[in-house]
Structures are given as structure tokens and as C-alpha cells.
Design a protein around this ligand. Sequence first.
Ligand code: OAD
Length: 236
Amino acid sequence: MSAGIHRIVILTGAGISAESGIDTFRSAGGLWEQHRIEDVATPEGFARDPDLVLGFYDMRRAALEKVEPNPAHAALARLEQEFAGELLLVTQNVDDLHERGGSAKVLHMHGELKSALCTSCDMRSPWLGTMLDRPPCPVCQARTLRPDVVWFGEMPYRMDRIYAALERCDLLVSIGTSGAVYPAAGFVQEARASGARTLELNLEPSEGSRLFHESRLGPASVLVPEWVDEVLSRAG
Ligand code: OAD
């Protein structure tokens, strides 16, 4: 299916980082069974109990130090280096495993754990430490930092750029995402409307599985390197 492929959009979700040891959201025992979305992933939850929210993201940011990228992240980095056409890697993940796996260009549509957003000056700053202790914003010094992550009810980042790429692409590949959260869950229909092929690589059929031309089931650490080999061998 990779013959004649010149423009690829890849969408990744929590499943690509699962084998690195990061909990997905909707699996049994996943993050949304341990915490209520309304409490830790909405602006209202943050207004109600900022300590709970800041502590939740401090914990997830700290957990990044204990995990490593897996072969799926590495394979996408290889694709970025070796694919001669256009490639846009969009992730819903707020971890930094794509970057640590070697991808230089990653669009984090749901933000990043290692970034802080100041609610006073609206500036973003790289962030490695904690926020629960209310450190000052490096730009304006106000003690009003929040995690630079997109919460339910907020607009994901860079949607213009993503929709433009979906309109032009000839292949959309969705990796490790349940297809439960819009707008990302709608990318498959956008791509198909533009005439693109669509491929899903996931452990189990996602909610939108039947919308894809092809669905391959298995662990990302196996399926993604196999698919990248296939694309590069046909392109080369
Ligand atoms: P989910 O937890 O909803 O779905 C993860 C998907 O990955 C499931 O379909 C699993 O079957 C699959 N999966 C698990 N392990 C896998 C593996 N080793 N290889 C391949 N697939 C595997 O996570 P997302 O779809 O990323 O948003 O969730 C989307 C958004 O919902 C997140 O970005 C987050 C969450 O609420 C916000 O917080 C705004």
C-alpha cells in the first residue's frame, strides 16, 4: 500500500508509549480509572482544586525520567530521516518519547508535560521541575504557571497546520490511539475525504477501526518498525 506515497500524516496516541511503561488512558487500570477526567483534565477542575491538578501533572512529568523510548518511536525517527516525501508527525501524547527516540519534528496537539504556560503573560517556558510549589514564571515572575497541556473543553494546538496536511496527504497512519477523543478521532474521515489511504496500527480495533482502509493489530513496537521498513523499501 505504500507505492506512490509522497505525503504522510502520522497520528500517535498513548498506545505507542505503552511498551515504554507509560499508562494509557482507557485501558483497564489506566489513567482515567485512577483519576476523574473532570478533576484533573478540565479548566473547571483546575479552578476548583489547583493543587490536585498541579500535583497530577508533576507526578506524570517526574515519571518521564523512568521510561525510555521503544522501537516504535525509533522507527518513526528513522522514517523522518529517510523518507524523501513530506511527513507530519502529530501526537496526542504529552510525553517526550518521540523526541528522545530521535524525531526532530513533532507536533504535540495536546501540549507537553515539559512545558509550562503562564496564565498571566500567556508565555510558554520549557519546564522540568514541579509546579505544585508555585514557582515564578521565567518571563513575568508571576506565580501563575499551569501545565502546557490541552484540557477537555480547550482547543488542541496547531489545528490549521494539521488540517492543511490532512487535505494534502496521500496516507494517514493512526498508531496506538483509541479513537475516542475528537478532533483527533475525526482525522481518518478528513483524510479519506481528501482521497488518502488510511491505515491503523493498534493493539486492538479502535472505536473508529472500520473507518480505516486497513487495520493491523498488534503491539506498536512490532507493527511500526515493520510498516516503516515497508514504506522505505518501496520508496527506495
Ligand atoms: P487511549 O488510552 O484512549 O487509547 C490507547 C490505545 O492504544 C488503545 O486503543 C489501546 O488498545 C492501544 N494500545 C495499548 N497498548 C498498545 C501497544 N503496545 N501497541 C499499540 N497499541 C496499543 O489513549 P489515546 O487514544 O491516546 O487527551 O487518548 C486520546 C486522548 O484522550 C489523550 O491524548 C488524552 C486522553 O484523555 C487529553 O488529556 C486531552
